[in-house]
Design a protein around this ligand. Structure first.
Ligand code: COA
Length: 699
């Protein structure tokens, strides 16, 4: 018995409990201690069976992902996980995994090497390795198909999605799905069956279910699917190969293949980036332990404004079971907003994305309100009125007087000065920014904007709330556009410069989408509304916040002025048939004549490389400025904002991670190249001090 592996005995049965909080990750020390404990119990004559279980929240969250960061193979240091599993499998007493909470990755592989599995009905069991760009590396690719068959195993490994304990029992992954105390159920199972009973299965000797014709068809289909899995293609293809081997080859050969495939995936740049994403998301919204306050309890939420944003925000809370009052100016408007939400839930239900009972339950949680006093008793009120400074100031003032003492007031502003709004409320300590992204009920990112006077308790409550509604909170300081939109500006600035210089929207979007962004910038502006995009620039101009560059974001402003508003008006950077974008000669000639008028020389030699570099370099450079100003407290937060809010490619780990991979010297060299070739009148290519200093340090 050690700190990490606890053993107790109960009427001849040994209960071995992993206790490596928070998720019982199978670190080198856990594996060693587990192996030692099992070896000794296997030899103890008074022990007739072993139950393997986990303390705390779940059975096991799998391999310790932090150990993947060392040189390849180092995560096998100590006891190799495959070796531990092989040892368990050959113990000549029944070993039963008792699963609650979750058995994921290496945790499920461990359970698969036990002779039977008992689970709670709501536990989650799966092999999610693909989401980290790797494959199961401790026998999962060989044992899972033997237990659940080829098709189901492929499905589980290629999607990475877990099955519930109830479903696990239905597909034979668990012997039974119990209620109550799962360890007692496992003990009962051991006691009720004789040695040699069919229930005690040593998986390596089982046959994969399915006939060879189906198997070949399934493998071919899976190969096609794997090839289209973007950054996860390598891992997906290797999974298919290993699963085919489980059908075609002896167990040990399959294990050897799995081992080499796992190592290849682990060493890939994609996997390193995806692992960075895993930890970055979990590090986001972490509060300084020394300063953090206890979050307040939030039972009811008020949302002000029933437009697209307000409705999406209201749904986000209702989806997490939190009652919402949705305030509009008139009863008619309030009812219309709630009706629109009901219709959306109905649509989701018809598409099979939501159960009828959930659609009804969520709809009931949202109440229309048209009297301000109705939101006065809420614990948190989020205003989502039109993005206009005076309107938001008036609203902040009203909320400051309406909301009950101790309530939290949040603004969904995406660009405005939060400190001014906080002052207007008269309660700046209670005031915070909650910048949801559109569509708010779908997008996972929320920038939690910490004002100059936001109290620790308000901040802690806002962060906890965002996590409670299953979104990712990233804390940002106050500056124009916060983290995300501030970085978007130099990106779009270059897009519009490239258009004036002769690149077409399709050429730019193609280059940026090949780089991996979910959507090219021109299509994105068309989708958001070119007028909306242009208004942001105009507002900044009014505040005197724009560079004095006469060409600054001139294209979108001009398109908006001539009524090319994007998808909604059928014309923007493209022409639209429904949602399909087509090249538009009128848009080209508009931009061409603008360029001629403004004296911008058009070029034919713009390459994809230039497009990607000119768009990405200023964006990354702005990220360094955000860091040096303390607007973001860690660079991984900036990555999370761009990964979850703007469709930055996961395989590149986020803009700052990508910048680090490219190297500071390279970034500096390219910035200086464009400063020379494009000119640097407006300091667009001047490196952030932090970036320049890094190169200085390394020289
Ligand atoms: N290795 C190392 N650390 C892990 C881990 C793992 N396999 N799984 C979770 N953690 C850490 C998280 O980084 C987090 O650490 P922090 O508190 O310092 O930020 C902590 O455990 C809690 O994880 P979190 O995801 O916030 O908790 P949760 O309750 O929402 O989810 C799991 C728990 C297990 C479902 C989830 O963490 C998960 O999916 N883990 C990865 C499972 C996996 O992919 N395993 C295969 C590895 S190849």
């Amino acid at each position: 018995m050690t700190q990490l592996v606890h053993v107790e005995r109960c009427e001849g049965i040994a209960i071995v409990r992993l206790q490596n909080a928070p998720v019982n990750a199978l670190s080198a020390q856990v594996r060693s201690d587990l192996f030692d404990a099992l070896q000794s119990l296997s030899q103890e004559a008074s022990v007739s069976g072993i139950v393997l279980t986990g303390a705390g929240r779940g059975f096991s969250g799998g391999a310790d992902i932090a150990e993947f960061a060392g040189p390849a193979g180092s995560f096998r240091l100590g006891r190799d996980p495959a070796q531990v599993n092989a040892f368990i499998e050959q113990i000549d007493k029944p070993v039963v995994a008792a699963i609650h909470g979750f058995a994921l990755g290496g945790g499920l592989e461990l359970a698969l090497s036990c002779h039977a599995r008992v689970t709670l009905a709501d536990a989650r069991m799966g092999l999610p390795e693909i989401s980290l760009g790797v494959i199961p590396g401790a026998g999962g690719t060989q044992r899972l198909p033997r237990v659940v068959g080829l098709t189901k195993a492929l499905e589980m490994m290629l999607t990475g999605q877990p099955v519930t304990g109830k479903d696990a029992a239905a597909i034979g992954l668990a012997e039974l799905a119990a209620d109550g105390d799962v360890v007692s159920s496992a003990i009962r199972l051991i006691k009720s069956r004789a040695p040699g009973d069919g229930v005690w299965r040593v998986t390596r000797f089982m046959q994969v279910a399915g006939d060879s014709l189906n198997h070949l068809g399934d493998i071919e289909k899976a190969k096609g699917r794997a090839a289209a899995m973007g950054p996860r293609t390598t891992a997906a293809s290797r999974i298919v190969e290993c699963v085919a081997a489980a059908f075609e080859k002896p167990f040990d050969d399959g294990m050897a293949l799995e081992r080499s495939a796992f190592t290849q995936c682990l060493e890939s740049a994609e996997s390193a980036a995806l692992r960075h994403v895993f930890f970055a998301e979990r590090a986001a919204g972490k509060l300084d332990a020394g300063r953090a306050a206890v979050a307040l309890k939030v039972s009811t939420v008020g949302v002000v404004g029933g437009g697209t944003m307000g409705r999406g925000i209201a749904m986000s809370f209702a989806n997490a079971g939190i009652p919402v009052r949705l305030l509009e100016l008139t009863e008619q408007k309030a009812v219309a907003a709630v009706d629109a939400i009901r219709l959306e839930y109905q649509r989701q239900m018809e598409r099979g994305r939501l159960k009828a009972s959930d659609a009804a339950g969520r709809s009931l949680l949202i109440q229309a309100a048209c009297d301000e006093r109705e939101i006065g008793t809420c614990d948190l009120v989020v205003e989502a009125v039109f993005e206009d400074m005076q309107l938001k100031i008036d609203m902040a003032q009203r909320l400051g007087s309406i909301c009950r003492e101790g309530a939290i007031i949040a603004s969904n502003t995406s660009t405005l000065d939060l400190d001014r709004l906080a002052q207007a409320s008269g309660r700046p300590a209670d005031f915070v920014g909650l910048h949801f992204f559109s569509p708010a009920n779908i997008m996972r990112l929320v920038e939690v904007v910490r004002g100059r006077d936001t109290s620790e308790q308000t901040l802690a409550t806002a962060v906890a709330m965002v996590r409670r509604i299953a979104k990712v909170p990233v804390i940002s300081g106050v500056c124009w556009g916060f983290i995300g939109n501030r970085m978007l500006e130099p990106y779009l600035r270059e897009v519009e410069s490239l258009l004036l210089e002769g690149a077409t929207p399709a050429q730019i979007d193609r280059a940026i989408e090949r780089f991996g962004m979910a959507m090219g910038p021109c299509r994105m502006m068309d989708l958001a509304g070119v007028d909306v995009v242009a208004k942001v620039v105009e507002e900044r101009a009014k505040e005197g916040n724009l560079p004095s560059d006469p060409l600054y974001r001139i294209v979108s402003r001009h398109l908006a002025a001539v009524g090319r508003l994007g998808q909604k008006s059928g014309e923007g950077f493209y022409r639209y048939e429904g949602r399909a974008a087509a090249d538009d000669i009128d848009a080209h000639s508009l931009v061409q004549s603008m360029a001629a008028r403004l004296g911008v020389e058009q070029r034919q030699d713009i390459t994809s490389d230039e497009i990607v570099q000119r768009c990405m370099l200023p964006l990354i450079n702005e990220g360094y400025r955000i860091l040096e100003e303390g607007i973001a407290s860690q660079s991984s937060d900036i990555d999370v904002v761009w990964l979850t809010g703007y469709g930055f490619p996961q395989a590149l780990g986020g803009p700052m991670y990508h910048g680090e991979r490219l190297g500071s010297a390279h970034l500096l060299d390219r910035l200086s190249h464009y400063a020379k070739s494009r000119g640097n009148t407006w300091n667009y290519w001047t490196p952030a001090a932090m970036l320049a200093a890094r190169v200085g340090e390394n020289q």
